[in-house]
Design a protein around this ligand. Structure first.
Ligand code: SF4
Ligand code: SF4
Length: 217
């Protein structure tokens, strides 16, 4: 059946599916305060993301900075449920401006192209920058789609290395919170979601023992 829709009905369905990934063009919205970092979340390279036309989440090929959801929901933080509208409509990111649910070609062209990353937004001299770099060096996010497949196939997984990374991840976050007084919301921008939570999502069991996290399948 031919899609007759030609303009946005402002129903909010697209906003309900989650906040958009940001692009280089959106950097000014963060610098001018329209999008504070406490409203952003980093999806690190290797994490699982749902890409257009895919049924299953796939590995993010590059780092993405997205607008966060509301509480535990994916719905974009800036979607006003009562008014069914965007609270930052005049300042909405490029992905929202291009989105036409009846013709998704333009927004699909943007996927993983000219995306913003944390280091585009954190100044060279900000102390948190060094911590982000160290964090990426010591505990990068593994390719979670491949890891998920390997676990499902019963292959041998190097749990020891993952366990070391999971604990290093927690150590660096704790240090950042203590030294730089960042909030939990800011932590999700600076370091993304904790590695142990990402591994739990693909079936790794996590337990705290003697102040450290241990992993098993
Ligand atoms: S783009 Fe489509 S889904 Fe999004 S608000 Fe407009 S009509 Fe609704
Ligand atoms: S920024 Fe506005 S338009 Fe974009 S997803 Fe959020 S609520 Fe919707």
């Amino acid at each position: 059946m031919k899609n007759e829709q030609t303009e946005c009905r402002r129903c909010g369905t697209c906003c309900g599916k989650g906040g958009p990934a940001l692009h280089l063009e959106d950097a000014g919205l963060i610098r001018n305060g329209s999008l504070p970092v406490k409203r952003l979340i980093t999806i690190r390279k290797g994490e699982l993301v749902l890409k257009p036309h895919e049924d299953e989440p796939q590995t993010a090929a590059c780092e993405l900075v997205k607008i966060c959801g509301t509480g535990s929901e994916w719905q974009c933080f800036f979607f006003d449920e009562e008014q069914k509208g965007c609270l930052i409509y005049e300042d909405r990111p490029v992905a929202c401006r291009l989105l036409q649910c009846w013709d998704t070609e333009a927004v699909e062209d943007l996927v993983e192209k000219d995306t913003l990353s944390r280091l585009d937004l954190v100044g060279e001299k900000e102390p948190i920058r060094k911590m982000i770099e160290t964090h990426e060096q010591l505990c990068p996010c593994p390719d979670l789609a491949s890891l998920r497949r390997a676990i499902a196939a019963g292959e041998t997984i190097d749990l020891q290395t993952l366990q070391r990374m999971v604990n290093e991840d927690i150590r660096i976050r704790t240090e950042a919170v203590q030294k730089l007084k960042i909030s939990l919301a800011e932590e999700l921008f600076y370091f993304g979601r904790p590695l142990f939570q990402l591994l739990q999502q693909i079936g790794v069991k996590v337990k705290e023992e003697d102040g450290a996290l241990t992993l098993r399948l």
